[in-house]
Write a protein that binds this ligand. Structure first.
Ligand code: PLP
Length: 377
């Protein structure tokens, strides 16, 4: 069988887990003032410093959370709360944790949702024209999780610098595949998640540039400089720091391998004459994701057939109660309901081998031939 859904989640690196387990004796509560607590606090400071260094931030700019969903909620609601009459700009193609949060806010506040072009990107010029005097926050993801399309975040940062609105970047699918440097990027807020980079699920962060005020969404103690209460998940924070360091150190090696897998996959589809189209501009996408439109079958059927054949993949769209919904990302790009129902995301890893790609293509060919009564070629 072949898992080819690494954008959904990655396996937890066992070496990292072992290192965390080895350190389990240092179990103290970092808020305790005795020596056991102080030892844990020293560890926590050390992990936070390493995490911050990976994105060129300062330790006090890192708010550790239960994942990117919480970090995105904190960013948006935490900034919204401090303003009387705010306007926000985001896109139709954000992850649900951003889109649905803005959807809720739009009942009370003015929110502009920008759609994507057929190349998978939103238009920085359109964003510029949507700015208002009271625009306080703009949320645009670095890399789309369904198509891998890279968004024009550098251009947007420039536009916002001149305007004064804050820039929130969901970099969950960017980190580990491209350079994520908050200074260079010009982000004011930025989100990351542990489980997309071979770390654990249930850990993530919000980078918040020094000096920006944010209202806590989880209140209690004064943890995370009073921006997120709750005893720190120190073991997962250690694992997150190790996963980030490893992802950064091995980025070029890993992305080259991912790209090889992606290119080989596309080439095999061509060789086997399986009709397909890549959604978006393949030359402007990360190494680990490709989203493919197969006009000859519905994604729901294909996912099930592939699952039975031992190929584990996603439609890249929200899976509600086991049914595949038309992808909001593909719909935003092409305004085509049918295309949105017939597209599948394949996402690759440096852990894969060429034989895995051969197996995926072979199973796709069998399904295609069966459906179209075509003889094997
Ligand atoms: N943002 C993007 C772009 C994602 O791909 C994901 C992953 O599902 C998230 C946010 C949510 O991350 P988490 O699972 O850590 O809540």
């Amino acid at each position: 069988s072949v898992y080819v859904d690494y954008a959904a989640t990655t396996p937890f690196d066992k070496k990292i887990l072992e290192e965390v387990v080895d350190n389990a004796e240092n179990f103290g509560n970092p808020s305790s003032i005795h020596r056991i607590g102080k030892n844990a606090k020293a560890d926590l400071q050390n992990y936070r410093r390493k995490i911050a260094e990976c994105i060129n931030a300062k330790p006090n700019e890192i708010i550790l959370t239960s994942g990117a969903t919480e970090a995105n909620n904190l960013a948006i609601k935490g900034i919204a709360k401090g303003h009387a009459n705010p306007h926000f700009i985001t896109t139709d193609i954000e992850h649900a944790s951003v889109r649905n949060t803005y959807q809720d806010l739009s009942e009370e506040y003015d929110v502009t949702f920008l759609s994507a072009k057929e190349n998978g990107q939103i238009d920085a010029e359109e964003l510029k024209n949507s700015l208002k005097d009271n625009t306080v926050l703009v949320s645009v993801m670095m890399v789309n999780n369904e198509t891998g399309s890279m968004q024009p975040v550098f251009e947007i940062a420039e536009v916002l610098k001149a305007h004064g609105a804050l820039f929130h970047v969901d970099a969950v699918q960017g980190f580990g595949h491209m350079d994520v440097d908050v200074e260079n990027l010009g982000a004011d807020l930025l989100t990351l998640s542990g489980h997309k980079i071979y770390g654990p699920k249930g850990i993530g962060l919000l980078y918040l540039k020094e000096g920006i005020k944010l209202s806590a969404q989880i209140t209690g103690g004064s943890h995370e400089l009073s921006r997120r209460a709750g005893t720190e998940n120190i073991m997962w924070i250690q694992a997150f720091s190790l996963a980030m360091e490893k992802a950064k150190a091995h980025r070029s090696k890993r992305t080259i391998k991912e790209m090889q897998m992606k290119e080989r996959f596309i080439n095999e589809l061509i060789e086997k004459k399986i009709p397909f189209e890549v959604n978006g501009d393949v030359n402007n996408q990360t190494s680990h994701i490709v989203n493919v439109y197969f006009d000859w079958t519905e994604a729901e059927f294909l996912l099930t057939a592939l699952d039975m054949a031992g190929i584990f993949v996603s439609a890249g769209s929200a899976c509600n109660a086991g049914t595949v919904q038309p992808s909001h990302v593909i719909r935003s790009m092409y305004d085509d309901e049918e295309r949105a129902l017939k597209s599948i995301r394949f996402s690759f890893s440096h852990l894969m081998a060429e034989e895995d790609i051969t197996e995926i293509a072979a199973q796709l060919e069998i399904i295609y031939n069966r459906l179209n009564k075509r003889e094997m070629i």
